[in-house]
Design a protein around this ligand. Structure first.
Ligand SMILES: *Cc1c(COP(=O)(O)O)cnc(C)c1O
Length: 342
């Protein structure tokens, strides 16, 4: 089971997104173990491509990034400073008055950033909380004041302009670097860019960055093959039955590896394919914990491995079939794959 990570494509995506960001600095968002690809590996590559700022979700994710990027880079912790989770040498993005006072009491003089809620109602100071503490907080010299867009993957959504207006109303003239946009916001245009942009998914080849180069490919070993006769069934619950003689490959990966059980075929109708090059082999029957089965009748030779994610079937095609988004496919991939970065 080999999860290949194309670091030159990752770096090219970083440079492309930085180039779109109209002079703003581009950070690298490497939370959730670098979107499942290995935080240390992707952080080191992004640093080589020029990233000096990194974002993780939790303080516990920061040390792996630190050891990959060296002492100078800034590592921001999006969950801020929770009780019992000292951010160490990372920079907490403080999300509430409670976090601000906790952080200043325990880390006086150390760098911090602020998140404001511009309408998403997930993290950040409410406008009235910010108004009450703004002068005090600004005099303490935050590294960054940021917010996050709820609908940036829908360019025509009126929420984008509403959040932009709310963010500007809270931050115009503060004299502190500002950040609003992740991948989707970068694509909305210059007024959304401010001083720092925070791309994640676009770096890893996912939508909404349609021009991204693919970064991930996933190749799964064939364990055995067999000839199944008409009327015989394959896998749990007999959910797939051969209507004609079929060559079936059993492949070593399953729902424990992030291949959701919802990718099981719907009777005879496949929901997803395994690829041998550009030849599509339908996944048939149920996805089991560690195994899946595919109809390889179209192949003249039995390959050693079949691809679930490749140029023929990119991450977002797999996501569509699972009824989810590329982010969830990548972060579900699991620990059993050998991750090979090249
Ligand atoms: C995850 C996240 C990002 C990166 O978002 P993408 O859509 O993956 O580019 C940026 N900022 C915040 C606050 C996030 O939570």
């Amino acid at each position: 089971m080999v999860l290949k990570i194309d670091l030159s494509a990752l770096k090219a995506n970083y440079r492309a997104l930085s180039g779109l960001a109209s002079g703003a600095r581009a950070a690298g968002v490497v939370k959730a173990n670098g979107y499942g690809l290995d935080a240390a590996t992707v952080s080191a590559a992004l640093a080589e491509a020029g990233a000096q700022d990194f974002f993780v979700a939790l303080a516990s994710e920061a040390p792996a990034v630190r050891s990959a990027v060296g002492g100078k880079a800034r590592i921001f912790v999006l969950s801020g400073h929770m009780s019992g989770a000292d951010p160490g040498d990372a920079i907490p993005v403080l999300n509430s008055p409670e976090q601000y006072f906790r952080d200043r009491a325990t880390r006086p003089g150390r760098p911090f950033a602020i998140q404001l809620d511009s309408g998403m109602n997930r993290l950040g100071f409410e406008p009235d909380e910010w108004a009450a503490l703004k002068a005090e907080i600004l005099s303490a010299g935050p590294e960054l004041v940021m917010s996050h867009l709820a609908c940036a993957d829908e360019p025509d959504h009126p929420m984008n302009a509403r959040q932009l207006g709310a963010f500007r109303a809270m931050t115009d003239g503060i004299g502190v670097p500002r950040s609003l946009s992740a991948t989707g916001g970068i694509l909305l245009g210059a007024e959304y860019h401010f001083d720092l942009v925070r791309p994640g998914i676009g770096l890893y080849g996912g939508l909404p960055f349609a021009d991204a180069l693919p970064v991930v490919s996933l190749s799964l070993p064939v364990v055995q093959t067999r000839e199944v006769q008409p009327g015989e069934s394959v896998g749990y619950s007999n959910s797939w039955t051969a209507s004609h003689a079929t060559r079936v490959a059993t492949v070593a990966a399953g729902y424990a590896d992030g291949i959701h059980r919802t990718l099981s075929s719907d009777g005879a109708r496949p929901r997803i394919y395994l690829y041998a090059g550009d030849v599509a082999c339908p996944l048939i029957g149920r996805v089991s914990m560690d195994l899946i089965t595919a109809d390889i009748s179209a192949l003249s030779d039995v390959p050693d491995a079949l691809d679930l994610i490749s140029a023929a079937q990119p991450v977002d095609a797999v996501a569509d079939a699972m009824g989810t988004i590329g982010y969830e496919v990548l972060t579900s991939l699991g620990q059993r794959y050998e991750r090979i970065a090249q």
